[in-house]
Design a protein around this ligand. Sequence first.
Ligand code: BJ8
Length: 383
Amino acid sequence: MELIKNLPEVFEQFAEQRKHSFLAVRELKEKGTPIVGVFCTYLPQEMVLAAGAVPVGLCSMSDETIGEAERVLPRNLCPLIKSSYGFAATDKCPFFYFSDLIIGETTCDGKKKMYEYLGKIKPVFVMELPNSQSESGMKLWKEEMLHLKEVLEEKLEVEIAEEKIREAIRIKNEERAALKELSYLMSANPAPMLGQDMFKVLYGASYKFDKEQSIAELRAVTARIKQEYSEGKMLTKRPRILVTGSPMGGAAEKVIRAIEANGAVVVCFESCSGMKAIDTNVDESNPDVYEAMAEKYLSIGCSCMSPNSNRFELLGRLIDEFKVDAVVDMVLQACHTYNVETYGVKQFVNQEKEIPYMSLETDYSQSDLGQLNTRMAAFIEML
Ligand code: BJ8
């Protein structure tokens, strides 16, 4: 990445990354590189990389194909599931179109049932994710690592050497470390930049297929922001918000914009689009690579786990480290697990961390923009 570029330009470049990678994925395909479509943070991307394939995120976050999806799926289903299915069924998602194999996990009920229909369009393998982080859950998840290896070897007609897995673990660990270093720049008070710009980089980076290059670019952006901060380029002091809940991205970014348009700044994302995915690494010193991957991935604090104490542990730590003034819990419509957890999160945030909390349910439409703004304005004014 050229360092002469201005930061706003760099942010825009990352924001456009998903679109650019439509072309990149076609080029990869033409060169014979297998493409594996993925949906969830629990998926050990290391295994896909070790198979010589490229993992691409298939979660769609726009309402463009929801109408189409509702011909098959119920209306009162999470928009992420409907949107992802809609793009796949209408052939409007190039990532889906080029995927040789799709991997899902038994996370929430809506997603795992949707995979049954996706399987009629493309080869789909659903990993059996336990719904608790118990000893038996860990045993099952480790077995699923080996199961995934077999499926990848069979479907992609490759052999996955352990050395390749170790190499992929090293690269993914480095990528997570680079993303984490960048994210932690927002722990400075005043914040160096708006959360919506930070989000563009975090989200865009997940669509960079050349991981070594992406790591170098992330480090260059981090160095540039640090340098500008030391020269006094930063925001004025604003209320600092942590956003938690369902995955952010696409149409749901309206929540970040509403928070920041009303004078606050989003300093941290405790979700799969942020810290949930990058907080911990795979233990490279563990001689058993499958166990090491199972441990890292099973520890993710998603609301499909019961109980979900890891979410509260991470949330509490991030509230302190990012000097957070209030928490906004964004729940996608009909996401029952995150919705049920809002009560526990509210109690934790209000009583243990003693800061304000607000939850909101939204979808990928623009119809609630006015209401969203009014609620945010009132909430932020109170801080
Ligand atoms: S690890 S958050 S990526 S499951 S929002 S589809 S949960 S009804 S996306 Fe997720 Fe993996 Fe968990 Fe992360 Fe269902 Fe809720 Fe919709 Fe969701």
